[in-house]
Design a binder for this molecule. Sequence first.
Ligand code: MN
Ligand code: MN
Length: 460
Amino acid sequence: MSELREKLLRNTKHGYDRMDVSETDAMERYCTDYRKFLDNSKTERDCVDYTIELAQAKGFVPYVPGMALEPGKKVYVNNRDKAIMLAVIGKKPLSEGIHIEVAHTDSPRLDLKPNPLYEDSDLGYFKTHHYGGVRKYQWVTIPLELHGVVVRADGSRVKICIGKDENDPQFVINDLLPHLGREQGKKPLNEAIPSESLNILIGSKPLADEEGSDRVKLAILNLLFEKYGITEEDFISAELEAVPAMNARDLGFDRSLIGSYGHDDRVCAYAELAALLELDVPETTAVCLFADKEEIGSYGVTGMQSNAFDWFIEQLCFTQGTDLRTCFAHSFCLSADVCAGYDPNFSEVYDRRNSAYLNRGVGLCKYTGSGGKSGASDASAEVVGFVRKLFNDNGVLWQMCEMGKTDAGGGGTVAIFMARRNIDVIDAGVPVLSMHAPYETVAKLDCYMTYKGMKAFFHA
Ligand code: MN
Ligand code: MN
């Protein structure tokens, strides 16, 4: 009887019952490095900076058009400091295709508005415009850091990072006290905290010996000018992002989980980067992409709908006398993005038989989208079959999943933009709890299995 079970039934055993015990140390080491990546990569710009540091240490050099590209050559293109493309040239010609892994490194956050600074009732504030799908009530009364760049009137650029260093001040958005929250408490969750109330408290001390109005605002500008040489108008040409001021930590008595801001999608970004950095001379050219703007539709010049990627691969093709479209037609892409982990506290929105569970390995999504698969690229049986076999052959624990119940909602990834380029593509990534919250949860086993999966694909 049990023989029949083994032969015919899908293996749904717990990941810890299936993973080789000898891999525990490697998993912990990997997750320690991943936590470090998270703490150094709280914005897409930080991700690019830190990735270049890691890549250069492994022999990657900036790509220069026309440079010689022998097998094993390691190059990268920094796309405007907000996205990055890395490649390790393989033995096979590019006309036979490339292996692409794409993740996004932008995460939901609060951007400063172009005219952010104001004073009200002797308190200084920054107005914000949220970026991506945020549940606004989650962003009040948590400590925030500010990261980004300001381009000053003379065109010079200054980087800003306040709140990360333990001696730095941090920031906060205040919420109503419960004593006066009777009416607010009756509102639907999505309306209780309106966007225009997401104003960051940034100071309260007025400029001394000054008679005019807005003395707190003036005092803050004075501090900013002294430290960064910026004036109020400089905010117009700035990108400043408020992100949660919490570092990644192990969670749970058994330390089996990691809590952090930005797992979506740095947990997959780091998996593919770690896999790429270990490559020597692959058979097929391996390409690791960190895309920006995924959370708002991938439209920007640093997003996956931009031609920056096509330009880079076309340049590589030129050196081998190959055309881009032939290369794409034979290429394969893992769209490495997180999936929704089954949460027993909200069981009503999940299909238990088609959900991703924590500690069951990397989640494969044949399709995303919403309703009747609307907006999905919907990987073919052949594409799913290829990845399934690849992962099985390489000891990668995986599970097939949908986001949730068909009628509950939906979402998308960059997979559709790779499909549009005539590249076979499937979504694969780590199941996340509290996705898009300031502090998300993932399981270490899934992080490690995703890394193993990314490695297996680059070696395929
Ligand atoms: Mn994502
Ligand atoms: Mn997302």
